[in-house]
Design a binder for this molecule. Structure first.
Ligand SMILES: CCCCCNS(=O)(=O)c1cc(S(N)(=O)=O)ccc1C(=O)O
Ligand SMILES: [Zn+2]
Length: 260
């Protein structure tokens, strides 16, 4: 069976049993309270160099849909902002709800968005492998983008059109030539804080960079994510993949900083 999931028996409220760091001092996600974030003029802009990025495949890993990138060199990196050096793009994935009123992991003044996109990067300057970086306090940088329902997103169809090929856990499809820059809002103003992975093993290794402006996607596009299932093709139980988000965790005295 699954080591963890999002259900009653294996969901976020019991993860601490197998992953005690779940009750640690820098867990994610959090509720972001804009007026309590301290504006830090020393925080420069986020710089994304994704133009040579190489997406390889799209997969259903039983928890989300993930697009993996070639990360053997610095062809696609994020830098600037709170980051001391460039971090290499490894993968991106989404979290979403069963209805549009919730689904994001981070919340803003207690408000949820319908979904949240995470672009996961690792510190290949200081660490030799992603796995090593994933356990280091400055090992990962995740760029978070909120998704709100409204008009159709002109580029998201590139992903939603192929979701039927990764319906079941363990399915993988070639997915080359996709540049995730097309999924970003025009303004990259952000909040940043030190946190963790939001799924087991919940390592406290993430510098979170949460973009303030959401992108707008249609209910129809978002609905296609809900056609995925958590379960494998061979399993008789077909559990719709939705509500794959962890709720906000205690801030424990952490400071959230805001770019301008
Ligand atoms: C070596 C263990 C690393 C496990 C984390 N892998 S990850 O790609 O950073 C990741 C991050 C996240 S999150 N939500 O960005 O913290 C969720 C899932 C995964 C995943 O494993 O697919
Ligand atoms: Zn995530």
């Amino acid at each position: 069976g699954n080591p963890w999931g999002y259900g009653k028996q294996d969901g976020p409220s019991v993860w601490h049993k197998n992953y005690p760091v779940a009750e640690g001092d820098r867990q994610s996600p959090i509720d972001i309270v804009p007026h309590q974030a301290s504006h830090d003029p020393s925080l420069g802009p986020i710089v994304l160099n994704y133009d040579k990025c190489t997406s390889i495949k799209i997969a259903n890993n039983g928890h989300s849909v993930v697009v993996e990138f070639e990360d053997s060199d610095d062809r696609s990196v994020i830098q600037g902002g709170p980051l001391g050096n460039p971090y290499r793009l490894k993968q991106f994935h989404f979290h979403w709800g069963g209805k549009d009123c919730h689904g994001s992991e981070h919340t803003v003044a207690g408000n949820s968005y319908a979904s949240e996109l995470h672009l996961v990067h690792w510190n290949a300057v200081k660490y030799k492998t992603f796995e090593e970086a994933a356990t280091a306090p400055d090992g990962l940088a995740v760029l978070g983008i909120f998704l709100e329902t409204g008009d159709n997103h002109r580029w998201l169809h590139t992903i939603t059109d192929v979701l039927y090929t990764v319906k079941f856990k363990g399915s993988v499809t070639d997915f080359k030539g996709f540049n995730p820059k097309c999924l970003l809002p025009s303004s990259l103003h952000y909040w940043t804080y030190l946190g963790s992975l939001t799924t087991p093993p919940l390592y406290e290794s993430v510098t979170w960079i949460i973009v303030k402006d959401p992108i707008i996607v249609s209910e129809k596009q978002l609905g296609k994510f809900r056609t995925l299932v958590f379960t494998g093709e061979e399993e008789d139980q077909r559990t719709r993949m939705e509500n794959n988000f962890r709720p906000p965790q205690p801030l424990k005295g952490r400071k959230v900083r805001s770019s301008n």
